[in-house]
Design a protein. Structure first.
Length: 247
């Protein structure tokens, strides 16, 4: 059966990339949870999507500029006074679960990889025994090459949307390049629907991850296709649709 991945812990249901959201998505019955990691200049690995603070927190400025423990002074929007979690916080929360972790290594405000983020993430992961449960993901082929060099047998996923495909020379070039670096290629749904035959010709469907599937119709459709996974901002709805199909 196709996997359901809770995107940023279910960002349309709970505050994205929050420990409260992760606790709730863990209890849903999804197969995996996706979250994002930035590396600050002070050496902290923080779980937040954007390179800037404004959209998802009450703070301002660059995530990379936060001093050690500066995250404790930054409140997540729409949360019960939650702070930005560290990577270790999230790993500890899921340490005794069975969920897969889709860990996206983000780039800085200029779309450049953070120097040293791959070894920093791997060093933190060594504290926990996730085995094959961890899937390291990125939009950036250089980051994915670094991951492959560091852990040749590790699981990897590449994400593609319209903008990242353009930066890599167009969708065919992006699919070909990234498909050689990873097991799973995650394509944004609108890009996929506009280029179905092209994507099929380059990447087998069983290696597709489809994002975002946020309505019952698209969730039901893709759950019945021979793809690896669907990623959703509403994992509670996705689980409900999956249970309906099973029943």
């Amino acid at each position: 059966m196709v996997q359901i991945v809770g995107h940023r812990g279910g960002r349309n249901v709970w505050p994205e990339n929050s420990l409260g959201g992760f606790e709730k998505v863990r209890a849903l019955g999804v197969d995996a949870v996706e979250f994002d990691i930035h590396l600050t200049k002070a050496g902290e690995l923080l779980c937040i999507h954007d390179a800037t603070l404004e959209r998802t927190t009450l703070g301002t400025g660059l995530v990379a500029d936060l001093p050690v423990d500066g995250r404790k002074n930054v409140i997540l929007r729409d949360s019960d006074n939650e702070h930005i979690p560290t990577f270790r916080d999230v790993l500890e929360l899921f340490a005794d679960s069975t969920l897969e972790l889709h860990i996206e290594l983000k780039s800085d405000h200029d779309h450049k990889p953070y120097p040293g983020i791959v070894p920093a993430v791997l060093a933190e992961m060594e504290r926990f025994n996730f085995g094959d449960r961890a899937v390291l993901t990125s939009f950036d082929p250089d980051v994915l090459r670094d991951i492959r060099a560091a852990v040749p047998n590790g699981r990897r996923l590449a994400s593609i949307d319209r903008h990242s495909a353009e930066r890599l020379g167009g969708l065919p070039a992006a699919l070909t390049m990234l498909g050689e670096l990873v097991e799973i290629v995650a394509v944004e749904r609108s890009v996929l629907l506009e280029n179905l035959d092209l994507v099929k010709s380059i990447v087998p469907m069983n290696r597709w991850a489809v994002w975002m599937c946020n309505d019952a119709e698209s969730i039901e459709h893709w759950l019945q296709q021979p793809v690896f996974s669907i990623t959703s901002d509403v994992p509670d709805l996705a689980v409900s649709v999956k249970e309906k199909l099973r029943g």
